[in-house]
Write a protein that binds this ligand. Sequence first.
Ligand SMILES: Nc1ncnc2c1ncn2[C@@H]1O[C@H](COP(=O)(O)OP(=O)(O)OP(=O)(O)O)[C@@H](O)[C@H]1O
Length: 614
Amino acid sequence: MPTRADVTRWLPPSIKGLLSVLGLLPKLSRRRTAVMVAGVLVQSFVPVAAGVLTGLLIGGIPEAVRTGESERSIWLLVAIGGLVVVERATAPILQATAATLGRDVDRYLQERVMEAVGQPTGIQHLEDPEVINKIRTARGLSVDAENAGRAIEALPGVIPSWLRALASVAVLFFFHWWLGLIWLVMWPIVVHLMQREYFRVGAVTYNQSNELRRSEYYRDLALTPGPAKEIRIWGMLDWLLERFDTSFRTAIEPVWKTRKPRKSVMYGTTSAILLVNLLTYVLLVYAGVNGVLSLAAIAVFIQALAGANSYTAFDDNNVYLSRAAVTVPKILSMADELSSQRVELAQTAPRELPPNAPREQISFQATTFRYPNADRDALAGLDLDIEAHRSLAIVGDNGAGKTTFVKLLCRLYEPTSGQITVDGTPLGELDPRAWRERIAVLFQDFARYPLTAKENVGLGAPSHNRDLERLEYAAERAGALDVIRNLPNGWDTILSREFTGGVDLSGGQWQRIALARAMFAVDAGARVLVLDEPTAALDVRAEAELYDRFLELTEGLTTCLISHRFSTVRRADRIVVMTEGGVIEDGTHDELIERDGRYAHMFALQAERFRAEA
Ligand SMILES: Nc1ncnc2c1ncn2[C@@H]1O[C@H](COP(=O)(O)OP(=O)(O)OP(=O)(O)O)[C@@H](O)[C@H]1O
């Protein structure tokens, strides 16, 4: 039995794409799809039937006048009137249904992409330009010509026009079968050629995604508040405009070039249509003049000829359809690919994480990691045991691999070789969700959500985020409670001036909010707390306050603290010094000072600077 894939393999990509767009409709709403199919059929065949009846009515008039018998004409009139009413009544219903289905398709595709992008365990796919291009397309779904919803809205215009033409051509078969055949062969070829051209232009546009993304980046730099300060200070606007212009042209020139051959297809197809029309008219006139056909037959065939010409192949609706035929399959295939990564994971049946893990230690064993497309390892055979319920501080030069270590600990990336274990169980075998609930992280580049303070803290454990008592407790421990209480709407203030009633926070205030988020996750059950440069944006007093409470904050937890500030680091139970993706020194503060190695040297440098400043 051939599968659907076997059948569709031989279809041209434009038709295959279109079928995959249409295939979405019954999934979204069977009822609306049924209404749409019924509406399309009515819009396709009712006008043809009305045309035939009109022909019969006109053709019968001389006979009716001659015999004075008007009953047949009256019935024909009633039937034509009925068909016109049905056609008119279904048109708005069809349009409204298509518009709703179009919105459903846009929403469905965006949701699928959001869901799919979050499916893989790690974040490596977000550094893959092909995935980023597809995400860009999905983002643009509701705003530009790639709008799949618009393609659905175009269906009531396009499909009935095709079917109407087909039915009208069937009528022409009764005039001359070979003429009917010419029409029957010609119009699908015209439609196909035009669709293929639109599809080709759409595919070329899509293939320019990388360059288009670059130009959009320049545009967004000029339009978003974040970089606005630097753009003014460095006087970057002209440079940005010039770069935008260049990259936009580079992206769009191949698209313009591919449009040129379309003209030849367009002239070729319109000439063929003209010729076949002319031939049909000449034959009809000849048949009429020579009395080969009755007046009624000529009237019916003239109506059929008009119907055969009513298909659309050159309008915007066709462009929307072929654009959707390019983009929708790509988006769906990306969503399927990313989702299947999740399925693979489910098939390996992850081991359950014991409730009190880590009980003994988390171990990095000869762990090596290289970022995609990087030319050197960020972690180079890292061996490191993190004892449970103790605090570990990591210091090292810029680029030594400290943040990478945190990312691997959170399973945002998988090691290239070696392994990470939690109480002896490989991290890769544990359920990533359960592990991530066990771990609270304050990243160096933590997210600043333009949401309320309540949401910014509560997102540390979304299932508990309505518990105000817990929120206050977490905020208090992170030193963020005063910041929040002083906001105009307290917990309900939006932390972004881009929204009405919102406020902007300072870097240090943001850091306290982000720390509160991590503390909230700890309250909800996280047993490992990782702080990557938690005090970098705090003033000296706030930093001192935070570290005075550090032991209280981290009591019973397994903590990893990454910092360049030695005043912070020295309080940890154990300190490791990292360089070039490995550990070169390991011990307590006193042991490392005594060893007089790298740590002692860095500590002395910083202490000296502080003394000099004092
Ligand atoms: N997403 C990435 N893709 C490619 N290379 C990366 C990526 N992130 C980091 N690197 C590289 O990996 C190495 C380790 O970076 P990492 O951020 O872990 O250093 P770090 O010790 O945290 O530095 P810092 O003290 O400056 O925060 C660096 O050479 C860096 O350039």
